[in-house]
Design a protein around this ligand. Sequence first.
Ligand SMILES: Nc1ncnc2c1ncn2[C@@H]1O[C@H](COP(=O)(O)OP(=O)(O)OP(=O)(O)O)[C@@H](O)[C@H]1O
Length: 578
Amino acid sequence: MSVFLVLPDGRRLPLTKPVMSVGSDSACDVVLDASGVKASHALLFRDARGWSVSPASRGCEVRVRGKRVELAPLSPGDTFSVGSALLTLASSEQAQAPGVAPPTATSRGRLVSVLAGFASRLLVQRPPAELLETAMRGLAEATGADVGFLVSAEGTRRHVLCATGPVPEAAVVDSLVDRVVASGAPVLVPDVAADAVLAGAPSVVALRLTSALVLPLRAEPAPLSAVYLGRRVGSAPFSAVELEEALALSALAAMLLATSRELTELRAQVDNLTQRIEAATFEGLIGESRPMRELYRQVERLGPTSLNVLLQGETGTGKEWVARALHRRSGRRGRLVAINCAALPESLIERELFGHARGAFSGAGSDRPGLVEAADGGTLFLDEIGDMPFALQSRLLRVVQEREVTRLGENHPRKVDMRVISATHEPLETLVEKGAFRADLLFRLEEVRVDVPPLRERGDDVLLIAHHVLTQEGRRARGFTQKATEALRGHPYPGNVRELVSRVRRAAILASGELLGPEDLELGGDDAPLTPLDEARDAFVQRYVREAITRSGGSKKEAAQALGIGLRSLFRYLGEGD
Ligand SMILES: Nc1ncnc2c1ncn2[C@@H]1O[C@H](COP(=O)(O)OP(=O)(O)OP(=O)(O)O)[C@@H](O)[C@H]1O
């Protein structure tokens, strides 16, 4: 009877030498290309009692029947793991046994089509509970199982999440399930009759199984669950290759389930925020924080009065919007006419504000009313009033005080009925003290002062505004990752709402995913603590070496040559030195 090793890709390797080395290094007798497999990882050796497996050195993980071992005897049919690779010891008798045929081109083809169908069914967005059902049925179908169920494990509590048929209680509270939950590794019972211990497992007895396969299914953040697949008399026993296939399917199902959960959560998050935004919108301003509610109350109260209002707040806090809200609430039939005193030179402000008669200055070809007259019956909004040139302030004072304006080049005043709202980002008292602003004008403009709060004092309003902007952009991105949400909350926003709006808008346009991360918003990087130089260098070298391996088509030897280092050094840089 000759003995083989069944590799993860289904190949069978005869065990011809008494000692066989297993690892990722090409010099090993059994070369494995799988994650977690070290250069020299395990040894298989034969003595008078048969074959055994042991880790090649400390830190190399070898598991037999899910348990980490230092040395373990192997019998034909035993499956063991080296890193993430699953291997099975098989004998020539087993190889010829009916039903344990190596995968043929047809069975591979069938698996691929089942896999594709399985994935496409899962990809159609459904609630997670329905997806679980689909995942379970897909797994049972793809592996040709007679019985299939999914058990969730929370502490010692077990319950069936979904099943292809009735599942007796005894099969749920079960040693095989416990073993998978404890180790996180799969358990294969190829032939119940050949294993007295496993044959006694409650599930095997209760379901009258001849062969069983129990796999972990980890769909974060849900706790680990176990997929239980069983075959009955008349069906061929599960093989190591089928175990590999089922593992791949369960990993795929876990990934899709995690995505589905994330999308479901995102939808709930979006629905919740949309409702909150609706309730928190006041005259186009979004915010439900205490300072914003206070601001809305002030606008409601002051809107219908004729009092002149001075809005004070940092740049980008929304002062112009507050001015518009006050105007809309005023009931005045005229327009809101705005001028930014910081954006225009003195001569232009004068002409723009007060208007002019024909020939008042060169280029004045006709009579023209100014913005003050345009605001008649409405509101005049003087933005950045602190930048109003001192020479024009007395003229403006007349307008505000007397409610009349005289165009440049004319000498008769015209009556105007308007309310004046001004805005400033710096306290005007300071300018008065410096002699740059007239105290009497300030007195007239500030019949009431309204402070517009900085965004950093508005709590979760940041998230409401961010979601509103995202929805308005209407791009692929529909929400924010948890990290982005935290970064949005924690950022100080020196540019206030204007900064937030432009960060989100830019991220929505440039990012390709459905969820925006802190990097898309260009947030968080500056605040991250610096890593010590040694750690940063090691991390960089490791990334660089991995990149070289990828570029060399996965060949570590070629990568080492390209980097001008020995293979041993390459393993050391990868943190896999022996
Ligand atoms: N509460 C808010 N909800 C939604 N968007 C807002 C809010 N406040 C301001 N914005 C948006 O932020 C941007 C800046 O607002 P606005 O121009 O009114 O600020 P400002 O305080 O007048 O700025 P500046 O001092 O630079 O003149 C605008 O694009 C506006 O749409």
